[in-house]
Design a protein around this ligand. Structure first.
Ligand code: ATP
Length: 340
């Protein structure tokens, strides 16, 4: 059974599209990253899956419970942890009080262990917490009853880089214990560290769904080299190099015919090939500095989906996915808001 299954899930806010026709599944035991730029529909998806709002059309199950079935969803939620993007706490009480309160409602089997990793100042008023401390408290509250499925909306926001890494490491360890994760992010770097598969959402549509390695292979790397010798764009017209730039000025895609006429010692481009030809080419130069990094997510969108009509992209993805669907779920329409 899939941990999460959506079928044509759609949510409109009046005339405003939140999400449209989302169909995907999250398998038990996997870490699934849900990526998209601001306003893409990530929070809408999560809030709909949690039963906080009802879909306009389509259906979904979470740990087997139909999100339109309030009592089934309530029961399933005892095994689901939720980490919202902006935890809304009662700011007048201490963290410890909230911990006790949540523990009495949902159970507490591991807050001591969690507090060793994520350590908000429990005896202070939550209203005096920094954003990072609030997020750490939210993490402890979400995990303290040891849920099987964790749904998280931008979970690392507010955490400093060290805590972010610690949190991602924690996710990996939890996955080893058989836990399932569905989380939204707009940071490709963080999802690549932990996710098995990712879905990319844009303008409310799912435009990509695949395992992380395949996506990164297609995305390519951003290469930037400072050379001791002068270079022109044409010299890096190797297969797999895109948008070769010298001196910070784009000269367009490199081809054998193209030579931007630039004379510079810095070259940068996106590269989608294997490393060997790239390194061979670089060996012809006196390389003073070299960085090879993942492309920012926004660039990924621009490269693959920049001018495309989302509907066309969705059609392509659907065709590519073909028989990859389980086909479960119901065909409920216009369901009532779940009472959770
Ligand atoms: N309560 C609401 N009322 C009206 N429109 C909404 C509401 N919530 C979201 N929307 C709209 O739905 C679309 C998707 O928003 P959503 O918050 O789901 O995106 P997101 O991917 O989570 O963005 P972000 O990363 O900025 O949080 C946006 O156009 C947004 O303006």
């Amino acid at each position: 059974m899939a941990a999460i299954q959506t079928n044509g899930l759609t949510k409109y806010y009046g005339d405003v599209r939140g999400i449209e026709d989302l169909s995907f599944d999250v398998r038990e035991g996997e870490v699934f990253g849900f990526l998209g730029p601001n306003g893409a529909g990530k929070t809408t998806t999560i809030r709909t899956l949690m039963g906080f709002q009802s879909p306009t059309e389509g259906s979904a199950t979470v740990l087997g419970a139909d999100i339109a079935d309030a009592s089934a969803l309530r029961e399933a939620r005892s095994r689901i942890g939720f980490l919202p993007s902006e935890p809304g706490f009662n700011e007048n009480v201490t963290g410890r009080r909230l911990l006790e309160y949540h523990g009495s409602l949902r159970g507490d089997v591991r807050s001591d262990e969690l507090l060793e990793l994520f350590d908000p100042p429990l005896d202070r008023r939550v209203g005096d917490y920094s954003r990072g401390n609030k997020q750490m408290l939210a993490i402890v509250l979400a995990f303290m009853n040891d849920p099987d499925l964790m749904i998280m909306d931008e979970p690392t926001s507010g955490l400093d880089p060290l805590k972010q890494d610690q949190f991602l490491e924690f996710i990996r360890a939890e996955q080893e214990r058989g836990k399932t994760f569905f989380f939204s992010s707009h940071i490709l770097g963080e999802v690549r560290k932990v996710c098995d598969r990712i879905g990319i959402i844009r303008n409310g549509h799912l435009v990509e769904l695949e395992d992380i390695e395949s996506l990164l292979d297609r995305t390519g790397k951003v290469v930037r080299a400072n050379l001791g010798d002068s270079v022109t764009a044409n010299e890096f017209a190797i297969e797999g190099a895109h948008d070769v730039t010298v001196s910070g000025e784009s000269v367009g895609p490199a081809t054998a015919e193209t030579d931007g006429g630039e004379d510079s010692k810095t070259v940068s481009f996106t590269y989608t090939g294997t490393y060997e030809p790239l390194l061979r080419r670089l060996l012809n130069y006196d390389v003073l500095d070299l960085t090879i990094e993942e492309a920012p997510l926004e660039d990924v969108f621009m490269r693959f989906y920049g001018d495309h009509n989302p509907e066309e992209t969705v059609e392509r993805v659907e065709n590519e996915r073909g028989d990859d669907r389980d086909g479960g779920g119901t065909d409920d329409r216009n369901t009532e808001a779940a009472d959770v």
